[in-house]
Structure formats: C-alpha cells, structure tokens
Design a protein. Structure first.
Length: 300
C-alpha cells in the first residue's frame, strides 16, 4: 500500500514543480519554479503586468505618493522603496519568488542575498514595448496561463493592428527629447517613446545603436538639432514639477534659434502625455501607439 501511494504522489510532485529556464536582465540563466504561490514584486512597472496576467503578489515595493497602484494592492504589505528594498521585510513574507529590477546595482546585490537564503529571484528589465511582449509572455508561462487569453494578448492584438497600417512606410524624421527638470536627453530607438515612434515608421535622427548608453538616452547638442532639423520634435516632460515642465516647453517655443526649426515652424513640436510616454502604459499601449500614429501622420 505504501509503495502504491508513493507512485500516486510522484506525478503530482512533478506536475506541481514544473521548472522554467529564464535568461535574466544580466544575461544569467535562472531556473525558477512555475506557478509560484507567494510572489513579491519590487519593480513598479511590472506589478500591473503580473496582475494583468492573472497573478497576485503577497508583497510589493513601498509606493511613492505620485504612484498609481492597481486596485486591490493598497492593503498589501510593503517591503521598502524601489531604490531601497528591505531584505528582512522580504524574507519575513516567506516568498517563493521575488521579482527585482535588472536596471539598478542595488537590486543585483539584494538578489544575491535572497538566493543565499533559498529564495528564487528574477532580475528583469523593461525598456520598451518589445520588453512588454516578452515579460507578459514569461509571466503567463510562469503562472501556467494560456498565452492567447488575458489582457496582454488583447493589448498585443490591438498594437499589431496599428503597426500593420505602417508596415514598410517611410515616415517623418523625429527627435524625442526627455526632460528631467535639469536637461533634455535624446531618446535612442531602444527607449520607450522613440521605440513606438520608430516602430510606426518614424525615422529617429539620433539613430543610437550605441549600447554604451545604459539608459537609452543621450546628451544632445542644439547645434546637432539645428543641423539635423527633424520634421517632428516630441518632448517627454518627466520633471516632478508641472511648473518646471511648462518652463522647458516655453524655452523651446521662445528661443529665437529653436524657432527656426522646421518642427517648430510647422507646428510639429508636440508634448507627449507622460502617462503614456514617460511611464510604461502596459494595458494602455494601444492608446500610446494610436496617439503616436496621429502625431506622425496627421490627416491632410
């Protein structure tokens, strides 16, 4: 009888402990157990994707005042800010999987600490829409869900419909400038807003395939901008203060040199809404693509 019981239990153990190999943000191959029951997410942009894929965490990073969290998460235990997660608070929640950022060195050290206590950890990166597709696919696999169901599948279908309209179209040249309150930085095609614009046929005057740019944004000179003279200029205001953002835009519109730019003369200097182009819009990616489409290809 004991032997028979052991045989009956084995498949359940095998089925319950399916293992997945995942290449993390640092290029390391990690093996994690599918269908984790106690996940902690210390990476704000990924929380919503995890939930849209049907997961629910047992703990999250401590949100900043300005952050809008998915509903139902306000009461969850928090484990320290995105920049300073607290290892003790994480371990106390007995997680079986912790999802950390692959964009900050602090998280790498934390990941090593947690692995030493036997907790599975994934460091992930999220720069643009291409990453959204990969991450949602990974999360669906991890959670044991059908790839064709759920919110991400719908998002991908809607975005595909927009992209297909501009397949192989040669769009206008553009420059996407991210403003953080102190300086403007130009986005390469790997950065979130520029990725959308170039996917729709826009031609980025930066053309930065320079992988040394860790953040996918690079310093730009006014001289360079005057020489390249793009058809469209997109400003992404990311300063915490609306007054600072307004001042940046005013500078652009009132600067005699910049007023000579084709984009300014032809009224193609656009301020992009931060909720779609500074932050990753996740389930609102179709809105971001449609917004970019209207600005790149205004009705004649």
């Amino acid at each position: 009888g004991i032997f028979l019981a052991a045989i009956l239990i084995l498949p359940a153990i095998c089925a319950g402990a399916e293992r997945l190999s995942v290449t993390d943000a640092f290029g390391d191959v990690r093996t994690v157990t599918a269908r984790p029951e106690r996940t902690i997410i210390c990476y704000p942009s990924l929380l919503e994707i995890w939930m849209d894929c049907g997961g629910f965490p047992v703990g999250i990073h401590t949100p900043q005042k300005s952050e809008v969290l998915p509903p139902q998460t306000e009461k969850l235990p928090t484990v320290g800010s995105y920049m300073h997660p607290n290892p003790e608070a994480i371990v106390q929640l007995k997680p079986d999987l912790v999802i950390l950022s692959g964009m900050t060195g602090r998280h790498r050290h934390l990941g090593d600490l947690l692995r030493n206590t036997g907790i599975e950890v994934l460091h992930l990166k999220y720069d643009n829409y291409s990453d959204y597709r990969k991450l949602s696919s990974l999360f669906m696999r991890l959670l044991g869900k059908q790839q064709s169901s759920g919110i991400p599948a719908q998002v991908i279908r809607e975005v595909r419909a927009v992209i297909d309209r501009y397949h192989s179209r040669k769009g206008p040249t553009f420059l996407a400038l991210f403003f953080n309150g102190a300086e403007f930085r130009a986005e390469t095609d790997q950065a979130h807003a520029a990725y959308i614009l170039s996917t729709l046929g826009g031609r980025n005057v930066i053309n930065g395939s320079n992988h040394l740019i860790r953040s996918h944004r690079t310093a730009y000179s006014r001289e360079e901008m005057m020489i390249k003279d793009p058809d469209c200029i997109f400003l992404i205001p990311a300063a915490k203060s609306d007054a600072l953002n307004r001042e940046a835009i005013r500078k652009f519109r009132n600067d005699p040199a910049l007023r000579q730019l084709k984009a300014v003369r032809k009224n193609r200097l656009h301020v992009l809404p931060p909720e779609l182009f500074q932050y990753k819009p996740n389930k609102r990616f179709p809105d971001a693509f449609r917004h970019a489409e209207r600005l790149l290809y205004p009705e004649p």
